[in-house]
Design a protein. Structure first.
Length: 104
């Protein structure tokens, strides 16, 4: 293999790695999981004032669990369908044609 071919394949591999690393699903899923854990912990033992304010509903607990579920959904989605690096644009094989003018 030539050095140029090795260099190109190395750059393609790095591009695919970068595409997976900066996948927005990882960022969204991670943030929802972290915030979901925090809100769930806050909702496990709410104060009487918090319960009265929420009309007896453990809103932090339910919201935290929903955030955890959404975050895990994004992370599982990312794992099942990983992002792939965009393909390099191929050169057009057909020559470009000038538009015809029917006037005249």
């Amino acid at each position: 293999m030539s050095d140029l071919h090795k260099e190109v394949s190395e750059l393609e591999r790095k591009s695919a790695t970068a595409a997976r690393l900066f996948d927005i699903r990882r960022i969204i899923g991670g943030l929802f999981v972290v915030y979901g854990v925090i809100v769930t912990i806050a909702g496990i033992s709410p104060s009487d004032a918090d319960l009265k304010k929420a009309e007896g509903v453990h809103i932090n607990l339910w919201t935290g669990l929903a955030m955890l579920a959404l975050g895990l959904f994004f992370l599982v989605w990312m794992k099942l369908r990983p992002a792939e690096a965009p393909a390099a644009p191929e050169a057009e094989s057909a020559p470009k044609r000038e538009p015809r003018s029917d006037a005249g």
